[in-house]
Design a protein around this ligand. Structure first.
Ligand code: PMP
Length: 430
């Protein structure tokens, strides 16, 4: 079976130092067989600050991968907010409390006015799981349309429409996949729309009413497809015409990463029915959520109740508020735009096996090719070569040949220069 995670550590493939070998053995003993580690030689981390991560010997690794610590590892403003609230009250949303409401109001102020409710969860998976429940209640449909290598999460319902988990995790009978919007296959505004229309027709032919089209608006696990902005509009219109809803999964691109917008869907000029949020929302603290238009939840809210023990608790809300304050106060969306463009330019200049660079803000995907064909093994050598140079990235896409680069948003020009220099050394050694 295909391993869904390229570049995963393989036990016994390389000799590890004593400390790391002992940690690997303990992991296998207590965490069991389902976990994976990045890199041929796993990285052992003990501390993070800004864009840097440190191993026990004090070696610094340039973090060019972790979009969770979006405002930088261990940001002092966020830490202070978490500590302050944890020292006051850590209760849940069944009591009246100001913080979660203040945060909700601030968060929603970053959305188009139609998206005016938010429900809180702890993970992106839970947000998507809730989205599917709401969509089914609102539409009476079951059908789900996703891209061919999408990832939307780990719950039973969501894993059924996360094809990137591989053939060992079967798709639901109500799920249809469409090819990712790769502009090299034709104008995605036309081609992607046509694929979604065909998926709708196929669902209907099998007696399944379409409920949703859900996409990660940066198409991260499909290989990063961001351009040309605007191409999603036709597909969104198609699912709505069929009685379904459009869910923008912003777990990866949200909170300013794409540079030209706070949310990936805004680049496409559409207003989703629901928007799922996660990863960077708490800069590492587990807080996630689902933003929606009121019509989506009206009926559900009459018939069902929603409670999530930790979702949106006072500490989560205070932490998420601090993250948003940093994104705004430090101009991180602007930084993502300018540094992201610079980063793409630096990568395009390196040549060698690097092919197309696809980018929006600080989300970049770079094809690795040999004789013009995708080469996952070569991508793996680059990822592991960079790890030896103490730079962290990974690879993605259905063929595993796309370098996935998405550093904390506090990445600067000086970090791009370090990255380019070290990647140049790796490429020269290939
Ligand atoms: N959607 C997307 C696009 C994701 O990338 C992920 C996580 N990688 C999720 C949903 C699930 O989020 P979580 O791991 O917080 O459950």
């Amino acid at each position: 079976m295909r391993d869904p995670m390229p570049n995963a550590f393989v036990a016994g493939a390389v000799d590890l130092p004593e400390t790391e070998a002992a940690l690997v053995a303990r992991r296998q003993n207590v965490l069991g067989p389902a976990y994976r580690l990045f890199y041929e030689r796993p990285v052992h981390l003990v501390r993070g600050e800004g864009v840097w991560l440190y191993d026990p010997d004090g070696n610094a690794y340039l973090d060019t991968y972790n979009n969770v610590a979006s405002v930088g590892h261990c940001h002092p403003h966020v830490l202070a907010a978490t500590a302050r609230q944890a020292g006051l009250l850590a209760s849940h949303t069944r009591y009246l409390h100001d913080t979660v409401l203040t945060y909700a109001e601030k968060l929603l102020s970053h959305f188009p006015p139609a998206l005016c409710h938010v429900m809180f969860t702890c993970t992106g998976s839970e947000a998507n799981d809730l989205a599917i429940r709401l969509a089914r209640a609102a539409t009476g449909g079951m059908g789900v349309i996703v891209t061919e290598n999408a990832y939307h999460g780990v719950t039973a319902a969501v894993a059924e429409f996360s094809p990137s988990l591989g053939p060992g995790v079967p798709l639901g009978a109500h799920v249809r996949t469409v090819p990712a919007p790769d502009a090299r296959l034709g104008d995605p505004a036309v081609v992607f729309t046509a694929h979604v229309q065909a998926a709708i027709a196929d669902l209907q032919r099998h007696g399944i009413r379409p409920a949703v089209l859900i996409v990660d608006t940066i198409f991260s696990s499909d290989g990063v497809f961001a351009q040309p902005a605007g191409f999603l509009a036709g597909a969104v219109a198609a699912i709505r015409a069929a009685g379904g809803l459009f869910i923008a999964d912003e777990v990866q691109p949200g909170f300013g990463r794409t540079g030209d917008a706070m949310w990936g869907f805004q680049r496409h000029g559409v207003v989703p029915d629901m928007v799922s949020l996660g990863k960077p929302m708490g800069n590492g603290y587990p807080v996630a959520g689902l933003v929606m238009q009121p019509h989506v939840v009206a009926d559900f809210g009459m018939k069902a109740r929603y409670f999530n023990t930790f979702g949106g608790n006072a500490v989560a809300a205070a932490t998420a508020m601090a993250v948003l304050e940093v994104v705004e106060g430090e101009g991180l969306q602007d930084n993502a735009r300018t540094v992201g463009a610079m980063f793409a330019g630096a990568l395009r200049g390196l040549g060698g096996p690097l092919g197309e660079v696809r980018q929006a803000g600080l989300f970049l995907g770079v094809d690795v090719l040999r004789d013009g064909a995708p080469d996952a093994a070569l991508a793996g050598r680059i990822v592991n070569g960079l790890r030896e140079e103490r730079v962290l990235i990974s690879a993605t896409g259905p063929k595993g040949h796309v370098l996935k680069i998405r550093p904390p948003l506090v990445f600067g020009a000086e970090h791009v220069a370090i990255f380019a220099e070290r990647l140049g050394r790796v490429l020269a050694r290939l």
